[in-house]
Design a protein around this ligand. Structure first.
Ligand SMILES: [Zn+2]
Length: 599
């Protein structure tokens, strides 16, 4: 890499080859010592080489005796050079200039972005600095991928996962959640799904994203970045954007109860919501949402599917060779000694001696059906939900991972790095390979209640109906959870729903003056409609507003049914209504089931 400085900065270095790690350190240290512009050349070279080595991140980390330069390649940090400490200020200064950050501000963390035209390698980069006792540490994310290349088929998922994802994003509404640790490829999957949605719904698609931060600009999508310091949080952004009536909402992450509740409700009211949430496995997402205080019936009816994903490194195709994996680990993943050609990369020039080249996605996808919805409604434990999903055909992460080892795509050691070692061997996918696409839940038997209205009313559907009409017509603040699990006849549940809807229609038509005459009086009783088992008695209260006007405040419905023991049970539901100024306040919890006098 002989160089003339003027030529270098005008010509992208990307045409040069990737230097072996062993030579890179000497090269960079040489540049630093070459005069006034040494740091500029060094930074250009370090970033250019990072791109050539397919690094996703560049870490410049001051240590006690040097500045370590590390590249994250396929998810793993590799130490590539140790630079003299005395150049730290110039190096950091150069990066800050490129990223339009404050060069004099060294004691507080800063964020910045390098535009592609400002680097010789022509890549956009995101920079963040962080003060440490040895000086400023800088991490640079290479925003490498061309958004136009995102494709669901290219992520590496097996066919069953791809089909299940396509089914879920093809629905008009619902919440699809992705889970997995940092750098497990969730963002890339979401962008690929978005690209597919845009293709399928063009040109009328109304898509918005709320991100932290926006990683790739997609062109024909309204993307926004949250600014928590100024109060523009995920929740605030979501509430605001819902007023613009988007069809598809991508929410970067569900982190807190408020955001969870708004997102889950949005998924119930005509929007397709795609978001991420922290959890180890797909089944754990439900427990997490319930722990956040989201009502079980909202979770059960809004969440249509959960994808848990990981990225595993692929064996280098140039140096991969047969090997014998650790017998105990092999047994734990259900892999027989004889069944497969296990392969591992020995390390070559193409993979920089690492043995792996590139990554592929593995995933377990849980499509919510009646069984899962009922388990969520009954607060079932994560393990019970997981087991039910596997019985329904969900392929667990460990089984997907083991299959990749069996096929020689990766090593069992690599799998162990990203997937917990299972207690019992996961199912062998080899036999199911041919029909794996059909074995995923939600594909062969799409059981979604929203998709199959003809399958008869169900508990979840009743709750959805009650929820949707209150939100749609009255602007609900809260709809408290109520258990109708003892209702035996779904037809009666349906009739009860219908009765409420009819009455709300009547209410809507009434002027407020007439509504006030009905304060606290039961205005409907529908025993004829619903028969002896379900007795629906909604009542209405209004409250005087500060300005003296009367406003609708709440609707109460009590539902009566005969329990298993033959006794009549009753449960009240209170729906609080916000007036136009949004002054709704939390009210009393619904009464639990209590025995009523037998008729
Ligand atoms: Zn290799």
């Amino acid at each position: 890499m002989a160089r003339s400085k003027a030529a270098e900065r005008s010509e992208p270095r990307a045409h040069d080859g990737a230097l072996p790690f062993a030579d890179l350190e000497a090269e960079l240290v040489g540049l630093l010592g070459s005069g006034d512009e040494g740091a500029i050349d060094m930074v250009d070279a370090a970033l250019g080489q990072a791109v050539l080595h397919r690094a996703s991140d560049v870490h410049l980390e001051p240590w006690a005796d040097c500045v370590a330069l590390r590249y994250r390649i396929d998810g793993i940090l590799h130490e590539v050079a140790h630079l003299p400490h005395e150049h730290l200020r110039q190096i950091t200064g150069r990066i800050k200039v490129l990223a339009r950050m404050l060069t004099y501000e060294k004691d507080v963390p800063q964020d910045g972005r390098i535009d592609p035209e400002r680097t010789p390698c022509r890549k956009a980069m995101r920079v963040c600095s962080f003060p440490t006792v040895y000086g400023e540490k800088t991490v640079i994310r290479v925003l490498d991928a061309d958004p136009s290349l995102f494709a669901v088929d290219a992520l590496g998922f097996r066919a069953g996962v791809v089909e299940a994802l396509r089914d879920l994003i093809g629905r008009p509404q619902g919440t699809l959640l992705l889970t997995g640790p940092a750098s497990s490829g969730k963002t890339t999957t979401i962008y690929a799904l978005l690209k597919e949605i845009l293709g399928a719904r063009a040109p009328s698609a109304h898509v918005v994203t709320i991100e932290d931060p926006v990683e790739y600009r997609l062109g024909r999508v309204s993307q926004t970045e949250v600014k928590p310091h100024s109060g523009f949080t995920f929740e605030a952004a979501l509430r605001a954007v819902l007023r613009q009536d988007p069809e598809v909402i991508v929410l970067g992450e569900i982190r807190d109860p408020e955001t969870a509740r708004v997102a889950i409700q949005a998924g119930l009211t005509g929007h397709l919501v795609i978001s991420t949430i922290h959890s180890g496995a797909a089944a754990g997402v439900f427990t997490r949402l319930l722990d956040m205080g989201v009502e079980p019936f909202l979770v059960a009816s809004s969440v249509t599917g959960v994808l848990a994903q990981r990225l595993v490194r692929r064996n280098c195709p140039h140096c991969g060779a047969p090997y014998a994996p650790d017998p105990e680990l092999r047994a734990r993943f259900g892999l027989a000694e004889t069944e497969s050609a296990f392969r591992r990369g020995a390390g070559c020039e193409a993979c920089q001696g690492i043995g792996y080249l590139g990554r592929t996605a593995i995933g377990e996808i849980l499509a919510v059906d009646d069984t899962i919805a009922d388990l969520v409604l009954s607060h079932a434990r994560t393990q019970a939900i997981h087991e039910a999903a596997v019985r329904d055909g969900m392929v667990p992460l460990a089984a997907d991972a083991a299959q990749r080892v069996r096929e020689g795509a990766t090593t069992i050691e690599e799998v162990k790095r990203v997937v917990p070692v299972p207690n019992s061997p996961p199912p062998d996918l080899t036999a199911a390979d041919s029909d794996m696409g059909n074995s995923e839940p939600g594909i062969q038997n799409p059981k979604s209640k929203i998709q199959n209205p003809s399958s008869g009313f169900s508990l979840v559907e009743l709750m959805v109906a009650l929820f949707v009409f209150t939100v749609g017509m009255l602007g609900t603040v809260q709809l408290y959870h109520f258990g109708l699990d003892k209702i035996r006849t779904m037809r009666e549940a349906a009739l009860a729903t219908q009765a409420v809807q009819n009455e709300v229609e009547v209410l809507r038509a009434l002027p407020f003056a007439e509504l006030t005459d009905r304060v606290d009086a039961p205005f409907v009783s529908a025993p004829d409609l619903c028969g002896p088992l379900v007795n629906l008695t909604p009542s209405l209260t209004v409250c005087p507003h500060a300005d003296g006007a009367l406003r609708l405040k709440q609707v109460t419905a009590s539902i009566r049914w005969t329990g298993d023991n033959g006794r009549t049970m009753e449960r009240a539901v209170t729906t609080l209504i916000a007036d136009k100024a949004g002054k709704g306040t939390p009210g009393p919890r619904p009464a639990g089931p209590r025995e009523a006098a037998s008729p």
